[in-house]
Design a protein around this ligand. Structure first.
Ligand SMILES: C[S@@+](CC[C@H](N)C(=O)[O-])C[C@H]1O[C@@H](n2cnc3c(N)ncnc32)[C@H](O)[C@@H]1O
Length: 349
């Protein structure tokens, strides 16, 4: 009897203090979210989201959204301020969805946020997410372990440079390497790894603009090529399983401007959504920082209405000629012709 009373008291206390779900959003593809996370995001009173969380994903949920990212150039939120923001909402008795890229416990600072919740007696749960290494592995066909090739894997950081480690595992995945790729490669070479060791750099894993650069340790150390964030560096023999024509690169990327269309089946296409409406709560600085869609990765585009053509034109003045354009009806086709073809601004015309 006592035990029952205790647990109901705990329940009402937790309600008063709010409740925090620390959620992993996965590496980019919005469909890589767990069913549990999906439910919690639907039921939450407020969503606090970080960098690297897909706009398309958070746009689906109605709760007010607060950006708590930490962009390198323009520090929005320090970790202490994020902790304070979580506590503030929790003290108002809200259910908080704290959404982080990848998995909260892999270079995600989930541990620090939970420490603060523990200290303040706030109830919480942790919902794991697919970490970038797993997303990159599956979407490039580079197994992280493979019988007779790799029986161990380590996740390491390439930032700060002073923390670069080279453990003795068959496969190593380095996070946070965009600006330190060459320091990481040097550290690997200094550790005595063979110049022929296979290396892959995966940018924007699981996203429409995923890009893979492969080579040997020796080759990549000589290239003076810039890399873009987010990027991972993978080393190990299982990279030899990589094929250019992998399942993800084979799919055409179609940009859906406006309402979704069932015209494009998901076996052949990856759908990239362009929302014609402004999504409430999406931080505009963050959006600008994310930049416009990179049309070089797009094969086809679908405009669902004349208004969407106009809105899209505000962000993209031209369309690369290789893109196949589909329109929902005659009036949309007429608007597309007027804005992109008659204006003579279609690239290559
Ligand atoms: C602060 S860590 C967060 C990692 C995250 N918690 C996870 O589990 O994936 C950020 C780093 O994760 C990696 N990362 C995250 N998303 C990525 C993606 N889609 N493609 C490549 N790397 C990614 C990059 O190395 C990036 O610098």
């Amino acid at each position: 009897m006592n035990a029952i009373q205790d647990s109901s008291e705990k329940g009402s206390d937790a309600e008063k203090r709010g409740y925090v779900y620390i959620i992993g959003a996965g590496p980019g593809d919005p469909e890589l979210l767990t069913i549990k996370a999906e439910r919690v995001l639907r039921e939450a009173d407020v969503i606090l989201y970080d960098d690297l969380v897909s706009i398309e994903l958070i746009a689906r949920y109605n709760a007010p959204k607060i950006y708590t990212g930490k962009r390198k150039d323009n520090h929005h939120f320090e970790q202490d301020a994020i902790n304070e923001e979580i506590l503030r909402h929790a003290r108002e008795g809200k259910t908080i969805a704290r959404l982080k890229g990848g998995d909260p416990y892999i270079f995600g600072r989930g541990g620090e946020e939970i420490e603060v919740l523990r200290q303040n007696g706030i109830g919480y749960e942790i919902i794991p997410g697919i970490t970038a290494a797993q997303g990159a592995s599956a979407y490039t066909e580079i197994p992280l372990t493979m019988r007779k090739i790799s029986s161990s894997v380590a996740f390491c950081t390439g930032h700060p440079v002073s923390k670069i480690q080279v453990p003795d595992t068959d496969t190593i995945v380095y996070y946070m390497v965009a600006s330190t790729v060459y320091e990481v490669l040097d550290a690997i070479a200094q550790k005595g790894r063979n110049e022929n060791t296979a290396v892959a750099i995966v940018q924007n894993a699981t996203r429409y603009n995923q890009k893979i650069i492969t080579g040997t340790l020796g080759e990549l150390r000589k290239r003076a090529q810039p890399f873009y964030s987010p990027a991972l560096l993978i080393i190990g023999d299982s990279i030899k399983q990589f094929i250019e024509d992998n399942w993800y690169s084979k799919k055409k990327k179609v940009l859906i401007a406006g309402d979704d269309s069932s015209l494009f089946d998901t076996v052949e296409f990856i759908k990239v959504h362009f929302s014609c409406k402004q999504v409430e709560g999406i931080d505009q600085d963050w959006l600008e920082n994310e930049g416009p869609l990179d049309l070089d990765f797009i094969d086809e585009i679908y405009f669902s209405s004349p208004a969407c053509v106009r809105d899209f034109r505000k962000h993209h003045k031209t369309l690369p000629k290789k893109i196949v354009v589909n329109t929902a009806d005659q009036s949309t086709q007429a608007e597309y012709t007027k804005l992109f073809r008659l204006s003579g601004e279609c690239a290559g015309e």
